[in-house]
Design a protein. Sequence first.
Length: 237
Amino acid sequence: MAIALLQDPLCNGEAARHVAEAVRRGQAFDLAGAATSYAAAVQAGCAAARSPLIYLRGLLAARAANEQFGSAASVAPVKQAITELEKDAAAYPAVRAMQTVLRAALPAAQHERAEMGLFIEEMLRMESIQLEAQQPPLPVLSAHEAAGQFWLQLHLYEEARRAFERAAQRIGPTPHVMLGAARAAAGLKQLPAACEQYRRLVTWWKDRPGSPPEISEARTFIKQPSCAAPSPPPVRR
C-alpha cells in the first residue's frame, strides 16, 4: 500500500508531502498526528491515503478501548474501521492485513489471549507474504510491530520479547521495535537488555525537536544506576 501511495499520480506534490509527514510523525510515536497527515493527503486528492488513515484511526480507537477494558461501546469504532477498509481489501492484500491487525486489536483490548494469538499469527503471515514479494510493511505501524505491542498489553513479556525480536529481523530496528523491545526486557527484569534498547532509542532520537512521552521514558530509564556503563578495568603498569 505504501508503494501505491508513491506511485499514484494523484499522490504527488502537496499530497506526497503530507504522506511523508505521516511517516515522520509515525516514527515519532504520534499516530494521531500521522492520521491527521493522511487525512490531509486525502483532502489533497490522494485517494490511496484513505486506507492508512482508516487503519490508524482503528489503532487509536483500539488503544482507547484497551483503557476501557474492551467494553462493547469502546470497540465499536474499531469494528467500524474494519468495515470501512472492506472497500479496498479486495484489491490490496496490504489492506486485508490492516483489517487483520485491527481484528487482533479487539481481543487484545479485551485481554482474550487465545483469540488474539490466532489473529496475530494470521496478520504476521499476511505481512510476511508482502515482505517476501519485496513490498513494504504496513504503514506507520507494521503488523510485526503491532504484534509485540499487543503482547505487551497483556503483560506477556516473553511473548512480546520474541515478537519484537522477530520484528527486528523482518522490519529492522525501527523506533517502535526499539521501544517495544526495551519495555519487554524491562518487564522480564532483564535490565542490561532494557538499558541497551532504551539507549539505542535515545541515540536514534538525537537532537530531534520535542520529547514525546516514549523518548522521555527512555531518557529516564537510562539514568538509573543499573544502566551506568561499567568502569573500565585499571591499567596495569
